[in-house]
Design a binder for this molecule. Structure first.
Ligand SMILES: Nc1ncnc2c1ncn2[C@@H]1O[C@H](COP(=O)(O)OP(=O)(O)OP(=O)(O)O)[C@@H](O)[C@H]1O
Ligand SMILES: [Mg+2]
Length: 426
């Protein structure tokens, strides 16, 4: 039985020709979209479309739930190759992707729902979908979770001024499909801004100003190596400076004990420095070789830093040659995570949405502290963010990059509820 929740019903019952719904993750947006499609396609000759940012996403997100919802009303078996359902009443529902919107021309529509509109090429609407509604006076529903101040935000601003539009905004909690326990776990896992965007449906500027915005001087604390926990060494293979951090993860907290930042040096020099910085810990360790977890940059396996050996090969050889002193395990991904995802993970450790702080940095780590305080997002000539780090100062970003490799490995965002890593392309 179909039963919309209160906030979904508000949207469903709104008589406006154009509606726009901003809602948190797992609010029930796609469910509502499917119910809307079913209503819109009820009647002979009626034509309703579901559009997602890509055709593959449309299929992955909406196809199975839509089939389930409409099954008793099928006129024939759904067309799997064209993602089209013919209903007994004579109407049609089809799923489409905005990635190839030129191929969508030529059909008149009674209704279109644009799901995840914040991640969609906006030209799909202006160039193809809007004109397709013209002859039948078709209706449209835009749905999405905010994704910075992009075209979704602009559309909402414009919509609020127009009489044939209605706009709605609901949080994940108001949707009533996510348990309090799941919301608490998201609060722990995400930093405050990401949480506000994803769960409170708020438009946030995630890529302007300071990158590690929550870091402050209270996170700088004298720290001692604790032999009960493994030593973690995380490397960024920049040539000048070559950067790495020495850390320990203690009961879910990341403690940065020391940094190694060498100008103009080779990966051999970096290993030598590591040996000298850790000598005291190795000598006082009473249980055999010192356990070391090694983290870092995936590209270190492709870049040849000497005539024949890659950076990682040099590090591996170093540990193989010093097996009495160190017992190393390597935690290196086959490819690097997206920069934005890595930064979101670091920010969530600095301070999560519940206000818990889990990073401590020794005052010895002068360059890392500078990074955490100074690294900023790059802007274009108009001052708009372009979603990349400002790397104009060659001394900046590498130590915080190194720290990020460790954090993203040990504290990944599991995307269990809500969070959309960039690699999902959403
Ligand atoms: N009215 C409802 N009755 C029963 N279950 C619902 C209802 N609305 C949503 N759900 C269920 O809640 C879950 C989340 O819904 P849905 O996938 O539509 O959310 P969403 O906002 O599109 O999520 P996402 O942000 O991940 O795209 C699904 O399992 C869905 O079946
Ligand atoms: Mg959805």
């Amino acid at each position: 039985m179909i039963r919309l929740k209160g906030p979904q019903r508000q949207v469903f019952l709104s008589p406006h020709r154009f509606r726009l719904l901003v809602a948190g993750r797992r609010f029930g947006k796609t469910y509502l979209a499917n119910v809307e499609l079913f209503r819109a396609a009820s009647g002979p000759g009626r034509n309703a479309w579901y559009v997602a940012p890509t055709y593959r996403q449309a299929k992955r997100i909406a196809w199975n739930p839509l089939k389930q919802l409409t099954r008793p009303y099928w006129a024939s078996k759904p067309q799997e190759t064209d993602l089209r359902i013919e209903l007994k009443g004579g109407g049609t529902i089809a799923l489409r992707g905005a990635d190839r919107y030129d191929s969508l021309r030529g059909e008149g529509l009674d209704f279109v729902v644009l799901d995840e509109y914040a991640s969609m090429a906006p030209a799909a609407w202006t160039e193809v979908l809007r004109p397709a509604l013209a002859d039948r006076q078709g209706k449209a529903l835009f749905i999405g979770t905010p994704h910075g101040f992009n075209h979704f935000y602009d559309l909402r601003e414009a919509a609020q001024e127009q009489s044939d539009w209605a706009t709605f905004r609901f949080t994940t909690e108001e949707g009533g499909n996510v348990s309090a326990e799941e919301l608490r776990s998201a609060l722990r896992e995400l930093d405050e801004r990401v949480y506000r965007q994803e769960f409170r449906a708020s438009f946030e500027n995630l890529t302007s100003g300071r990158v590690y915005y929550a870091f402050d001087r209270t996170d700088i604390q004298p720290l001692e190596y604790d032999p009960r926990f493994a030593l973690c060494w995380s490397l960024d293979f920049n040539i000048d400076p070559a950067c790495s951090v020495l850390c320990q993860v203690v009961h879910g907290h990341v403690q940065v004990l020391d940094e190694i930042a060498l100008r103009d040096s080779s990966t051999y020099d970096v290993c030598k420095q590591f040996a000298s910085r850790t000598r005291e810990w190795v000598e006082s360790f009473n249980h055999g070789a010192l356990p070391v977890h090694v983290y870092g940059d995936a590209t270190g396996d492709s870049r040849k830093s000497s005539a024949s050996r890659t950076d990682w090969q040099i590090v591996r050889d170093f540990f193989a040659g010093n097996g009495r002193e160190y017992k190393a395990t390597f935690r290196i991904p086959s490819r690097n995570p997206e920069v934005k995802d890595r930064i979101n993970c670091v920010n969530a450790i600095i301070s999560n949405a519940g206000g818990q702080r889990r990073l401590a940095v020794s005052p010895k780590c002068k360059q890392l502290i500078r990074d955490l305080e100074q690294v900023s997002w790059k802007t274009d000539a108009n001052g708009s963010s372009i979603g990349d780090l400002d790397r104009s100062d060659r001394l900046r970003t590498h130590l915080s990059d190194a720290l990020g490799y460790l954090i993203v490995w040990d504290f990944p965002m599991r995307a269990k509820i809500g969070y959309r890593p960039e690699w999902l392309g959403m």
